[in-house]
Design a protein around this ligand. Structure first.
Ligand code: C2O
Length: 567
C-alpha cells in the first residue's frame, strides 16, 4: 500500500520532470531571398527566408533537433554559440573543426540537449562569411518554477546587432583572400536587420520597440557583427546589466554597454521618461589605430505606447526621437570600464590551483609574398594573424573531430606551443620586422580530462594592436583579470578576482593588453578557440584544443550521428 503510494509519487515526479524537458523539432532551410536595404534590392542568404533568422526559444533541459537543409550555393554549417555541447562536439558546427560542411542540396540534423544553461545565446553559420546574414537569437529560459534573479520584466525583446555590406559578404571575403589586403569595411550596422532612419530609404526600415510608461523591458542584446565591437546606448534611459554571455551578473546601472562580436548582454530598461520616442543607437568601438572601419551609426526606436501624439496625430507628426550620446570611436577607457564592471552575482568556485598554464599571444602578422600571388597588404605582404606565432589553417579533407575520433593521421599536428616561441616586448611601439611573420599550420594543444586550465591572452602591437574578442567553443570560463601592457605574473596575479569573476564564453582582450581566464577541461572533444572578428579569423587567429576522454562513465565523447556530413 505504502510502496504503491511511493511509486505513484515517483511516477508523478517523473512526469513533472519530463513535461518540463521537451524535445523541439525545427526545420532550418538555408536559402537565398531578395531583401530591400539602403535603397536597393539585394540577394541575401537566410534561414527560412528570414533576416535575421528565426529566434529559437527553449527551456534549460530541452533537447533541440534542428534539421538543416542547404538550398544555397555555398557549403554551410551552423553553430550554437555558447551551448556547451557536453560530449557532443558533433553538434557544435564550425566547419572542418567538428564536421564537414553541409554541401548544397544536403541536410544535417543538429541534435543537442541544453544542460544547466540559461540566458541569451545565439546561433550562426560557421563557414565562409555566411554568418553575416545567417544568424538568430537562441533564448534559453530557466527551468519551470525557477525565477530570474531579478523582478520579472513586463516584456522582453531580442536585439541583434548586425553588419551589412551592399554586396555578398562572401565575395568580400573572397576578394580579401585573393588580394591579401584587409577586407572592405561594411556599409551599415543593423538592429534586427535594419540600419535605421539615419540612412536613406530607411524611414520604413527602422526597428521599433514599443514600451509602456512605468514598465520594465528586458533587452537581450547580441553582437552578431562580423568585424566590429559596438557601443550601445539608449537616449534618456539607463540600462541595468543583469547578464552577459548567458551568465547572470551582479546588476549594475550604466548609460553605455560594449559588446564584441559573439558577446551577449541582457539589460533591464524602465520606461521612466516622458512618453515619447528615443533612439537606441550603436556604433563602433574601433580600438586599432589607423585601421579603416565603418563609422556609421545604427538606430532603432524605443517608443512609448499610448503617448498622446501617437494617438492623436499618428507616428508621422511626432517630434523626432532623442539621440543618445555615444562614446568616441577610440574610447578605450569606457570600453574597459564596462568590461571590468562585470561580476558574477555571488562567490563562485574558481578553478584553483591550475595544472595547465598557457600563455597565448594574440595579434596580427604578415606573410611574405609567394611568387605569383597578389599581395595587397602592408609593404607588399599578405595579412596574417596568429596565436603564439602559429597562424591557424583550416583542414580541407576532414574535420578535426572526425580525424581525432577515427584516428585519421595528417589532418592536424599536436605541436601547438603553450607559449610564444620568443618573448619580446609585446606591446611596444616599434616591434622589429623579424617578429612579424607567423608560421601556418593546423596545430592543436592536448588537455587531460579534468585539468584546471589558465590562459593568459596577451595582445600584441604587431602591425597594430586591437581588442580581440576571444571565443572558446564548448566551455564557459571565468575572467580573472584584464589589464594593459605586458602581463607581469609578479604583479598582475595579485589582481586576480578569485571571488566573483564574471563567467563568459567570449572575452575582449584589451588593445595592447591582456586577459586571464580559467576553466576545467571536462568536456571531451575538439574545441576551437578563436578571435570572433572574422577578418582576423580568416587570417588565422585561432587554435584548437583536444580535450581527452576521462575515465568515468559519462566522461567520453559520444559517437557521431549517422548523418554526419563527409568531406
Ligand atoms: Cu560564435 Cu566559433 O563562434
Amino acid at each position: 500500500m505504502f510502496s504503491s503510494f511511493l511509486s505513484s509519487l515517483l511516477l508523478l515526479l517523473l512526469a513533472v520532470v519530463y513535461a518540463n524537458a521537451e524535445i523541439q523539432y525545427q526545420d532550418f532551410v538555408v536559402k537565398e531571398i531578395s531583401v530591400k536595404r539602403l535603397c536597393k534590392t539585394h540577394q541575401v542568404i537566410t534561414v527560412n527566408g528570414q533576416y535575421p533568422g528565426p529566434t529559437l526559444t527553449a527551456t534549460d533541459g530541452d533537447t533541440l533537433v534542428i534539421k538543416v537543409t542547404n538550398l544555397a550555393r555555398y557549403n554551410i554549417t551552423l553553430h550554437w554559440h555558447g551551448i556547451q555541447q557536453i560530449r557532443n562536439g558533433w553538434a557544435d558546427g564550425p566547419d572542418y573543426i567538428t564536421q564537414c560542411p553541409i554541401v548544397p542540396g544536403a541536410t544535417y540534423v543538429y541534435k543537442f540537449t541544453i544542460i544547466n544553461q540559461e540566458g541569451t545565446l545565439w546561433w550562426h553559420a560557421h563557414a565562409l562569411w555566411l554568418r553575416a546574414t545567417v544568424h538568430g537569437a537562441l533564448i534559453v529560459y530557466p527551468k519551470l518554477g525557477k525565477p530570474y534573479p531579478f523582478d520579472k520584466p513586463q516584456r522582453e525583446y531580442p536585439i541583434i546587432l548586425g553588419e551589412w555590406w551592399n554586396r555578398d559578404p562572401n565575395e568580400v571575403l573572397r576578394q580579401a583572400t585573393i588580394t591579401g589586403a584587409g577586407p572592405n569595411v561594411s556599409d551599415a550596422y543593423t538592429i534586427n536587420g535594419r540600419p535605421g532612419d539615419l540612412f536613406p530609404c530607411s524611414n520604413q526600415g527602422t526597428s521599433i520597440f514599443p514600451v509602456v510608461s512605468g514598465e520594465t523591458t528586458l533587452f537581450r542584446i547580441i553582437n552578431a557583427a562580423m568585424n566590429t565591437e559596438l557601443f550601445v546606448s539608449i537616449a534618456g534611459h539607463h540600462m541595468t546589466v543583469v547578464a552577459a554571455d548567458s551568465a547572470y551578473t551582479k546588476p549594475f546601472t550604466t548609460t553605455v554597454i560594449l559588446l564584441g562580436p559573439g558577446q551577449t548582454t541582457d539589460v533591464l530598461v524602465t520606461a521612466d521618461q516622458p512618453a515619447g520616442r528615443y533612439y537606441i543607437a550603436a556604433r563602433a568601438y574601433a580600438s586599432a589605430q589607423g585601421v579603416p572601419f565603418d563609422n556609421t551609426t545604427v538606430t532603432a526606436i524605443l517608443e512609448y505606447k499610448f503617448s498622446s501624439c501617437t494617438a492623436i496625430h499618428g507616428v508621422q507628426t511626432m517630434p523626432p526621437p532623442l539621440v543618445p550620446l555615444l562614446p568616441a570611436y577610440n574610447d578605450t577607457s569606457t570600453a574597459t570600464a564596462f568590461s571590468a564592471a562585470l561580476h558574477s552575482p555571488g562567490p563562485v568556485n574558481v578553478p584553483d590551483p591550475v595544472n595547465e598554464t598557457l600563455f597565448f599571444t594574440v595579434g596580427l602578422g604578415l606573410l611574405g609574398c609567394p611568387p605569383g600571388m597578389v599581395c595587397g597588404g602592408p609593404n607588399g605582404n599578405r595579412f596574417a594573424a596568429s596565436i603564439n606565432n602559429a597562424s591557424f589553417v583550416l583542414p580541407s579533407t576532414l574535420s578535426m573531430l572526425q580525424a581525432y575520433y577515427f584516428n585519421v593521421p595528417g589532418v592536424y599536428t599536436e605541436d601547438f606551443p603553450p607559449e610564444p616561441p620568443i618573448m619580446f616586448d609585446f606591446t611596444a611601439n616599434n616591434i622589429s620586422l623579424s617578429l612579424l611573420q607567423p608560421v601556418q599550420g593546423t596545430k592543436v594543444y592536448r588537455l587531460k580530462y579534468g585539468s584546471a586550465v589558465q590562459i593568459v591572452f596577451q595582445g600584441t602591437n604587431i602591425i597594430s594592436g586591437e581588442e580581440h574578442p576571444m571565443h572558446l567553443h564548448g566551455y564557459q570560463f571565468y575572467v580573472l583579470a584584464t589589464g594593459f601592457g605586458n602581463f607581469n605574473p609578479d604583479v598582475d596575479t595579485e589582481k586576480f578576482n578569485m571571488v566573483d569573476p564574471p563567467e563568459r564564453n567570449t572575452i575582449g582582450v584589451p588593445v595592447n593588453g591582456w586577459a586571464v581566464i580559467r576553466f576545467i577541461a571536462d568536456n571531451p572533444g575538439v574545441w576551437l578557440l578563436h578571435c570572433h572578428i572574422d577578418a582576423h579569423l580568416m587570417w588565422g587567429l585561432a587554435m584548437a584544443f583536444i580535450v581527452e576522454n576521462g575515465e568515468g562513465d559519462d566522461q567520453s565523447l559520444l559517437p557521431p550521428p549517422l548523418d554526419l556530413p563527409v568531406c
